[in-house]
Design a protein around this ligand. Structure first.
Ligand code: GTP
Ligand code: MG
Length: 227
């Protein structure tokens, strides 16, 4: 028996939380959103399980595991609506489903750069998974210096009446790139004016990202030479 059953999202408390959102959805629309949320949560679990299975297979069958660790998160409904509003999308379930791909998100942190593409291949080659979107910020780093591979994949979730495909965003990056991104993200939030960080320290942060990439390539070469 499964003892851990998370509480369903409560419509009343959600309505209170959405107090500051203009044109917030009505009760009927919010109920639809809660149902959609459950579905995306199930999609996130499907992909997490696939990754956990790959991780334990490596743990048992091989002496090397490309996965350092993994994190998963669901974008909460209030932040989802704020994002939709910011981007100028209609605040309806249909519009959110059509336009926002990172409702369910998983981050896979790898040991080396090549592992990123190995993980991508292992996931996307599974017969029930379809690749929807792909952004390779390793080959084309962002101006900030951000490096990561972002893919959106679709997985079927089996509901009582049949399967429904759900998109899940998977961000794959190395430990070094993850360290850079998480510190840079915190610095961004520390400055009220984004421009202060960019003007004053932008080049320095970008240089650090380049240096980290060099170090990680070097460490990867050592690893390859040893095996
Ligand atoms: P969003 O609507 O913001 O998701 O934009 P998008 O769909 O174009 O996604 P994008 O590929 O830019 O990825 C957005 C996510 O990547 C963010 O939520 C961050 O987690 C991460 N990210 C993108 N750029 C940066 C960056 O410069 N610094 C850091 N630290 N993270 C970044
Ligand atoms: Mg995003």
């Amino acid at each position: 028996m499964i003892l851990e059953r998370p509480n369903a999202i409560n419509l009343k408390s959600l309505q209170t939380e959405l107090g500051d959102i203009e044109n917030r959805p009505n009760v009927e629309e919010l109920s639809k959103m809660i149902k959609m949320y459950q579905l995306y949560q199930a999609g996130e679990k499907e992909i997490s399980t696939k990754l956990e299975n790959l991780d334990s297979e490596f743990q048992v069958n091989f002496d090397y595991n490309p996965i350092h660790h993994m994190e998963s998160r669901m974008k909460r409904i209030p932040s989802l609506l704020k994002k939709a509003q910011r981007k100028g999308y209609e605040l309806t379930t249909e519009s959110i489903k059509a336009n926002i791909y990172d409702i369910a998100g998983i981050r896979v942190i790898t040991n080396y750069i090549d592992d990123i593409y190995k993980i991508e291949k292992m996931l996307t080659s599974q017969s029930d998974i379809t690749l929807l979107r792909r952004k390779d910020y390793l080959k084309h780093p962002k101006d900030s210096g951000y490096r990561s591979l972002h893919i959106v994949i679709k997985v079927p979730v089996f509901q009582s009446h049949g399967p429904i495909d759900v998109p899940v965003e998977v961000q794959i990056r190395t430990v070094g790139m993850d360290m850079w991104a998480s510190l840079e993200h915190k610095l961004r939030y520390k400055t009220d004016a984004d421009s202060k960080l960019v003007d004053k320290y932008g080049q320095q942060l970008k240089n650090y990202s380049d240096e980290l990439e060099n170090i990680e390539r070097g460490m990867q070469d050592i690893h390859k030479n040893l095996i």
